[in-house]
Ligand binder design. Structure first.
Ligand code: PLP
Length: 374
């Protein structure tokens, strides 16, 4: 801009007051040999699937002059079939909704059930986007407690629900960044508390459930119209770049989110790609089994080295404890491995990568431990 000697920053713009001074979400993406910081699946999509995506997208391209199927009927039907097959609980098209990543699913739920004058609660440390999307939708945010072992303390969680009477309750299972799975009984207790207090919507975020030792909490939606399970193709399906998330709930919830979704929000290219990936579910779930074994190896080796490790049901592991976790994060980075400092005091998180990446990480922390004890 000519003559623009003055630097204009965000806070010079007439933005909403609650956004002032805030930072956008984002893990540092540093250029290092081994990146184990964003809970991605390390395996690229297999070549036959890449070919199938190309084929499906080519077909979709022939009609890109038209808007996509705004109800994504074929995709939702296939997602419902996947859920039914993998959980044994039967859901159909009417129970399933899809959007651009589970972040968009969560945004649509908050736009529908929360927003200005309403509040949401989560039990932290947990997935920070629940709070950030709440803020973005004008929803108040309450940070609920967790126990020292990072499980949800039912008594204090239900007390917090009774006190704050939230409109939306987030339960993340397995939880990010701790890896902790939530018992069905805990979900039921929080659901009952939330219905007694308001009633409110309970969202069970199962982004990592395919990596869990335990079954999905999806069957709990039976007879509970205010319970939603959100899922994603970003982790188990190895398709973070696709941006496809979905939910399963009572059909009334699916009808409700239509009130806020943008018209034609899910592109024809996205729908075609997701459908191709679903055709290769068995191969992709094979990679999940390898990652689960690698996750278990990380837990065992980290403990053998002398670290404390939180029980993990996800494709990542929380380890500690450190007096200065950020300093340790830097020392691991100096050895060419990027892990995540989520700001949980004393703890860091490492994503399970390929066996070679995990070896590089374990070598780095082993060397570090040796250095510290010498
Ligand atoms: C608990 C949890 N939910 C949702 C997401 C977002 O997934 P998506 O890529 O589907 O938006 C993540 C991503 O890291 C996550 O950790």
């Amino acid at each position: 801009m000519e003559g623009a000697a003055v630097t204009i920053g965000i806070d010079d713009l007439p933005i909403r007051d609650e956004l002032r001074g805030k930072s956008p979400y984002g893990a540092p993406q540093l250029d290092v040999p081994v990146r184990l910081n964003t809970n991605e699946n390390p395996y690229p999509l297999p070549e036959p699937l890449v070919e199938r995506i190309a084929e499906r997208v080519r077909d979709a391209a022939r009609t890109l002059n038209r808007y996509p199927d705004r109800d994504a009927v074929e995709l939702r039907t296939e997602l419902a079939a996947y859920l039914t097959r993998t959980t044994g609980y039967e859901v159909g098209l009417a129970n399933v909704w899809a959007a651009n990543g589970s972040n968009e699913v969560i945004q649509q739920l908050l736009q529908t059930f929360a927003g200005p004058g309403r509040i949401a609660i989560g039990f932290e440390p947990s997935y920070s986007m629940h709070g950030l999307i709440s803020r973005g939708t004008g929803t108040g945010w309450i940070s609920g407690p967790r126990k020292g072992d990072f499980t949800i303390d039912v008594a204090s969680a239900t007390a917090a629900i009774a006190t704050h009477r939230p409109d939306v309750v987030f339960i993340t299972s397995p939880n990010n960044p701790t890896g902790t799975a939530v018992e069905a009984d805990t979900v039921l207790a929080l659901y009952e508390a939330a219905q007694a207090a308001k009633p409110s919507l309970v969202v069970v975020d199962e982004a990592y459930v395919e990596f869990s030792h335990r079954p999905s909490l999806l069957p709990l939606i039976e007879g509970r119209p205010n319970l939603v399970v959100s899922r994603t193709m970003s982790k188990a399906f190895g398709a973070a770049g696709l941006r496809l998330g979905y939910l399963a709930a009572h059909p009334a919830v699916v009808d409700a989110v239509q009130l806020v979704r943008l018209p034609y929000h899910l592109s024809a290219v996205t729908q075609a790609t997701a459908l191709a990936a679903l055709e290769h579910t068995d191969t992709l779930l094979g990679y999940v089994e390898q990652l689960k074994a690698e996750r278990d190896r990380l837990v065992a080796e980290l403990r053998a080295i002398g670290y404390e490790v939180t029980e993990s049901d996800a494709n990542f592991v929380q380890f500690g404890r450190f007096e200065d976790a950020h300093a340790v994060w830097q020392q691991i980075l100096d050895r060419g491995v990027l892990v995540r400092d989520n700001g949980v005091p004393g703890w860091l998180r490492v994503t399970a990568g390929t066996p070679e990446e995990n070896d590089a990480f374990l070598d780095a922390v082993r060397a570090l431990k040796k250095e510290q004890s010498s």
